[in-house]
Design a protein around this ligand. Sequence first.
Ligand code: GTP
Ligand code: SPV
Ligand code: MN
Length: 588
Amino acid sequence: MATPLERWVDEQARLTKPKKIYWCDGSEKEAHELIEIGMKEERINGQPIFQELNQKTWPNSYYHRSHPTDVARTEHLTFVSYPDKETAGTNNNWMAPGEAREMMRKVSDGCMKGKTMYVMPYMMGHPDSPYAKACIQLTDITYVAVSMRIMTRMSKSVIDKIGSSEDFVKGLHSVGDLDPNKRFIMHFPLEHFVWSIGSGYGGNALLGKKCFALRTASWLGLQEGWLAEHMVIMGIEDPKGNITYVTAALPSACGKTNLAMMESALPGYKIWTLGDDIAWLNVGQDGRLWAINPEAGFFGVVPGTSMKTNPNMVRSLKKKGFYPTLFTNTGIDTDTKEPWWEGCDNPLPKNVLDWQGKTWNPSMEGKAAHPNSRFTLSMYNCPTLSKEFDNPKGVPISAIIFGGKRTELIPLVYESLNWQNGVFSAARMGSETTAAAIHKEGVLRRDPMAMLPFCGYNMGDYFGHWLNVGKKLKHPPKIFNVNWFRKNEEGKFMWPGFGDNIRVIKWMMDRVNNSVDAKETPIGYLPYSKDMDLSGLDIPKEKLEKLFHVDMKEWKNEVADIDKFLGGFGPKLPKALRAECDKLVGSV
Ligand code: GTP
Ligand code: SPV
Ligand code: MN
């Protein structure tokens, strides 16, 4: 008798018609066999799926170039499908289930003809964690198969775990013919099913990531009383050796990876990495909030990564790890076969190809590396990996940080007055758009909790859920907001950022430990600049003063925009947030 899993795989194969079905075991040997196939057999746009990079300087690393139209998430082609539109909310594109299935069937019929269908059994979360989920993804491209192996805990033991159960998370992925007109990322949260066609790009194609661990999981969390969030998880070790765990939500390409593995500029402080993109948050029996990272890898922004900005990432990338490392859409030095990107440690090579494979030099328009070029890398390569990373229980969270890219107005850091006020601070978050998704860059948009593209249901209900989780917490984490990206009149960043962000984090820890006072303002508590450890920073204090300054006269437009944005949720906006917003409106 076939199991529900086997029956499901069979059914997908009847529709997509691959020439072969291959069940992945998640082994190292298999990863290299797949890379080999990607180097020798498969092609995108006439190019091999993988090229070997210089194994001396970049051990176990391979290069991938995606289709030029397929380099970032496509929010306009991403849908959630519930019987009613209201459940999806205005924050999602919605399609009725019948129509969605029919459309997806049409574009998927025979989409794997002549190709191999890879069946990938994987866990999101440590297999022993009560919060982990067993998943299956199908794909027809080795790039996705190898990436999933790096990003998740892939193993054939997951098949035994699923056994004869119907309860597993399903993902059907095909690159199809990479036609943007036949590209859809379709979610059926009620069935724990994601169906994606036409793209091989990360968030569109690695279905365990944004599609399951955020959009679908956020819906599961609403039903089951937990939160799926776009967050870093990290431990902060102080000079006495105490470790405090925090999470941080920043929108795509706004600094999560950098924060999660920061090298502290303050002696005695050390950051321990548990996750750089996704956190699942559960209320523990002890009334504290506990976080696990469902992923096992980094899918990080390459440009700007260097020994100066993120030395721990350079060390991770250079390490010969157990898992392969992938570079996607960077430039490449054709003499040395090394990846190259803007802001890297290597000088400009003599002969460089850009991310599209064209000869490139700096006088040309465009960059060598695509602004959203990415590395795919195992967490186990990371020298700052926390020893709690594989703890099935996760870690208890003492503070939650929210932040965005704001060149004006928003101070470097402030603390919310309480949980409800903190939920309001996150609901009103704004950030300037980045290259992580296809849209105009640098435009301010409201991005509540950094979850606008990832909340799989009505955001009004999501705000309510956040408030409810808070009510269940006996020891709610403190909530902070940060902005590393404020610029001065000359358009230069006012705050050095990166490793110096530890100074801000130290202030937060002092607040968590009740060891410093703060100034109350209508937006929350601001630091007294005397409490910010600026030792060793070569910047006059007066220059930094502005970063800690709040003048409500300057907030008029911002507050009006927030009021309008939250008003857009109509009756779904929780009364408590309406009251918070009215109070803020009254303060300007
Ligand atoms: P996703 O993977 O898309 O979710 O993004 P992320 O939030 O992990 O972003 P990441 O850490 O990769 O940062 C992306 C960009 O922000 C890079 O260009 C970094 O150089 C820049 N960045 C990160 N931290 C700082 C900072 O403290 N200051 C400044 N000025 N830039 C920063
Ligand atoms: C993001 O865009 O927030 C990412 C990259 O982390 S992706 O996996 O493509 O969503
Ligand atoms: Mn992300």
